[in-house]
Design a protein around this ligand. Sequence first.
Ligand SMILES: *[C@@H]1O[C@H](CO)[C@@H](O)[C@H](O)[C@H]1NC(C)=O
Ligand SMILES: *[C@@H]1O[C@H](CO)[C@@H](O)[C@H](O)[C@H]1NC(C)=O
Ligand SMILES: *[C@@H]1O[C@H](CO)[C@@H](O)[C@H](O)[C@H]1NC(C)=O
Ligand SMILES: *[C@@H]1O[C@H](CO)[C@@H](O)[C@H](O)[C@H]1NC(C)=O
Ligand SMILES: *[C@@H]1O[C@H](CO)[C@@H](O)[C@H](O)[C@H]1NC(C)=O
Ligand SMILES: *[C@@H]1O[C@H](CO)[C@@H](O)[C@H](O)[C@H]1NC(C)=O
Length: 370
Amino acid sequence: MTSKPKPKTSLLPLLLALVLSTLTFTNTAQASKEADTDVNLCPPLDPTGHAASQEYVFSDLNWTLTHASSGNDFDVARVAFSVQSDFDGVGSVRCDAEGREFSEEYLRQLAGETPVYGWFGCEGGGEGEGEVDVKTEFRLVWWNTHLLEVRQTWVCPATGLSMRATGHLTITNFTCTFSTSTSARTSCLSSPPNSNLPFSATIVSILSPPPCTAATPDWTVTNLTTVNRTTTFGLDPGSANISFHLLNHALDGYSPRLVCEEKMLHGPLNGVYTTPYKCAVFEANEGDVPVTRFDWIVGGDGDVLRVNQTWFCDGGGQGTRFQSIGDLDVKPLLDCSSFSHEYEAFGGTYVETFETCDAKADFEIKGQLQ
Ligand SMILES: *[C@@H]1O[C@H](CO)[C@@H](O)[C@H](O)[C@H]1NC(C)=O
Ligand SMILES: *[C@@H]1O[C@H](CO)[C@@H](O)[C@H](O)[C@H]1NC(C)=O
Ligand SMILES: *[C@@H]1O[C@H](CO)[C@@H](O)[C@H](O)[C@H]1NC(C)=O
Ligand SMILES: *[C@@H]1O[C@H](CO)[C@@H](O)[C@H](O)[C@H]1NC(C)=O
Ligand SMILES: *[C@@H]1O[C@H](CO)[C@@H](O)[C@H](O)[C@H]1NC(C)=O
Ligand SMILES: *[C@@H]1O[C@H](CO)[C@@H](O)[C@H](O)[C@H]1NC(C)=O
């Protein structure tokens, strides 16, 4: 385990020398350190269960994955690096893994199969201030992207909430050396050497699975807004977007995290916005929150919003699965206004119009359990 002194810590002797009343200062320093710990490992959460993101520093990369077809080359596949977060007391963590798993992922990918890309544990920095056990793990997509994900999980002692910080970076700059005898890759290091790459992690409280009994299939939709931009310039197809919040009473904890939004509606194809679109959750690639899709079908007899939501009541994928589908013509519920202005393009004058429609009030969509 490498442990980089934190700036705060390394300033301490200097400050101590400057401060006359050493005793008073030490007490103050300890008090503020405890306060920091509360902020870091038990950060304030917004209504969607998110905390301000956390800065990480990535360094000391050293990996290899030999691609030669001879013998045991794949056995030496390994990766090592250090990662340091700002969490008090967690410090620098050394992550390394070696052996078959990487090779097998690589081989699977070579064979055109979907690799699993497992999580590997990191060493050191396990205990945060106040003995909070912080687990650090990583996974690396070897294939093409070299996308590295790092996550830390812990339980906030004050609230008992399970917390997770997830960050990722793409390892773009590295220099590899090769064995002169076998031409196998021996190691790849960050370039320039000793680079420290900053990246940030998203912090959320991890939700427990929704209760199995509350299979309410209906939704409340709030804050629905659509914007439709059209122009008189024939070459500009215009654009449209939509956003709303979706509340399912079977998913009380999850609902505030579901923001359904499409910044650029695809289409329209024959006047119909073909879909589906997804209700995004912040922590993509984690199995906490089920996939929710929606369709927005404009034109014809109305503006139909169709929701298709799947959720699991006892844990990602293996639990009891519920699916509810429902739709509603929301056209009568919308309050629309438009704003137009002239603009110049390619020597002509054209008109650009933004039509904004808001739902006059929250509304319900009846769902049907599938
Ligand atoms: C990278 O790892 C290999 C294998 O552990 C080691 O031989 C080499 O010295 C390492 N390079 C650096 C710069 O740490
Ligand atoms: C990669 O290397 C180039 C050239 O040395 C440098 O300009 C760039 O900032 C580096 N990128 C990262 C992410 O370190
Ligand atoms: C969303 O709608 C609710 C009423 O349903 C309103 O109180 C709230 O201010 C709206 N939020 C936003 C961000 O517009
Ligand atoms: C946007 O306006 C155009 C022209 O009136 C219309 O054809 C289209 O269906 C509208 N799209 C949306 C999403 O309302
Ligand atoms: C929709 O478009 C308007 C105007 O371009 C923009 O102000 C708004 O942020 C967009 N909304 C979404 C959800 O992308
Ligand atoms: C509902 O969504 C699921 C995926 O979440 C999809 O497999 C299914 O085809 C959709 N059903 C309908 C009727 O759109």
